[in-house]
Design a protein around this ligand. Structure first.
Ligand code: AMP
Ligand code: MG
Length: 417
């Protein structure tokens, strides 16, 4: 399974030598798709199932409603008794009782009789229609029909909403608020959903200060930790922060062995002296690929330790975001039973300026859209996270692209849905 032909075997220790070969983005995506399959199901209470992914189809064992009920406030009648009724032909009916929601009329409606009924109340025996209050006039114990109704009129029939045996929700569905309402309506108190992947976040770097710390001296505040935390939540994963881990092999090795479905290691994934993570992954499990033909994010690695998927993401924040979005996010969505695709809106728009790219690698170009035209964001370094903040979205230029001229149409992926 591991030895996919398109994947060059990565060397375990490439420090200070650089990548001899780089895997294609397509090969890396294929590895993700092969190894990230939906996790098993778990049962959650109804109140916690919104937004979760259904693990099995839901079949109703009941009819909704389970009794014929009034759709109007008015009078339950025999439709035949109203035949020919009108403003100038008021037909009298004797009021014999009352039906309220949850308080049915116990008797039977006979000919020339009516039961005062409210919306949601069960239709009494004998009646087959409801005469709306607006077309009646009551005088003491008598109600006059001012209009006729046909049989079944203003009556909600048994199973009109849901019939027993109906598949009300298909497997794989992300549960909407109204789905939760329907699940409740058919009497489901517990729902089987796909387990959410637990994602350990390992943020490496001796230069890092805890997230949100004011930077000082030659230290920088961790940008990737909070960003990854939010990305993992967006993709249906459960982030578990392991805090900032020093650039030393023992600490990184210990962190990588934590119990989780996925481990994301930020930083130390490249070919520098302090880039220990790829070698450690090769020792603990399998380093499936290291180095990808793309920019940014070229120093990305992935592999696994047992069934646990491990992604080594570059420390440069734009690379980290891009590598997460291309590979780790896809894996997390797939493990959680969500669609593989990006949760970004896509629109085809013309370029306002040329977009440069180099043959042989996939380019992730941050862009802005103004006046319907796509403009590349001027600052493009992988270390400049603000480029992704000013950008509206990004354009992916395939490996065989030499760039595109102004006027060419491109697919823009918008960061905002
Ligand atoms: P590395 O991938 O560890 O070689 O880091 C590449 C660059 O990204 C260096 O300039 C690091 O200081 C920076 N960097 C690494 N991790 C983070 C992080 N969590 N937040 C912000 N910048 C980082
Ligand atoms: Mg580092």
């Amino acid at each position: 399974m591991e030895s996919m032909e398109s994947l060059p075997r990565p060397e375990a220790d490439v420090r200070m030598r650089g990548f001899a070969t780089r895997a294609t983005v397509a090969a890396a995506l294929a590895w993700v798709d092969q190894h990230a399959l939906p996790l098993s199901a778990e049962t959650v209470p109804l109140a916690e199932c919104a937004g979760r992914i259904l693990a099995k189809p839901v079949v109703s064992s009941v009819a909704v409603p389970s009794f014929a009920r009034s759709m109007m406030d008015g009078y339950a009648v025999r439709a035949d008794d109203t035949l020919g009724a009108g403003q100038y032909n008021r037909l009298p009916l004797a009021i014999v009782g009352e039906a309220l929601p949850g308080r049915p009329f116990a008797g039977e409606v006979a000919a020339q009789q009516a039961v005062r009924i409210m919306t949601g109340a069960p239709l009494p025996c004998g009646a087959d229609a409801v005469l709306p209050a607006e077309v009646t006039e009551a005088e003491g114990g008598t109600v006059f029909a001012l209009d006729s109704v046909s049989p079944g009129k203003n009556v909600g029939q048994v199973g009109e909403d849901v019939v027993p045996g109906a598949v009300v929700l298909a497997s794989g569905r992300r549960l909407r608020p109204q789905d939760v309402g329907l699940l409740s309506a058919i009497g489901q108190s517990e729902i089987e959903v796909v387990r959410r992947p637990v994602v350990a976040l390992v943020i490496t770097g001796n230069e890092l200060l805890p997230a949100g710390t004011r930077p000082a001296g030659c230290s920088i505040a961790d940008a990737n930790g909070p960003m990854l935390d939010a990305l993992v939540r967006r993709d249906g994963g459960v982030p578990r922060s392991l805090g900032i881990v020093a650039d030393d092999p023992q600490s990184i090795s210990a962190a990588m062995q934590t119990e989780a479905d996925v481990v994301l290691v930020s930083g130390g994934s490249s070919v520098g002296m302090e880039d220990h993570a790829p070698r450690i992954l090769a020792e603990l499990g399998k380093l499936a690929l290291h180095g990808i033909a793309m920019r940014p994010s070229s120093p990305t690695a992935m592999g696994r330790i047992g069934n646990k998927l491990v992604f080594l993401l570059p420390g440069n924040p734009v690379s980290c975001l891009c590598a997460y979005d291309f590979f780790a996010g896809r894996a997390i969505r797939r493990l959680g039973g969500c669609p593989s695709q990006w949760p970004y809106r896509r629109e085809r728009l013309p370029l306002g300026r040329k977009l440069v790219s180099q043959v042989g690698r996939v380019d992730y170009a941050r862009v802005r859209v103004s006046g319907g035209l796509v403009e590349p964001v001027a600052i493009s370094g992988a270390s400049l996270l603000s480029s992704t903040v000013v950008a509206d979205g990004f354009v992916v230029l395939e490996a065989d692209s030499e760039g595109l001229p102004a006027g060419a149409e491109v697919d823009v992926w918008f960061y905002d849905a």
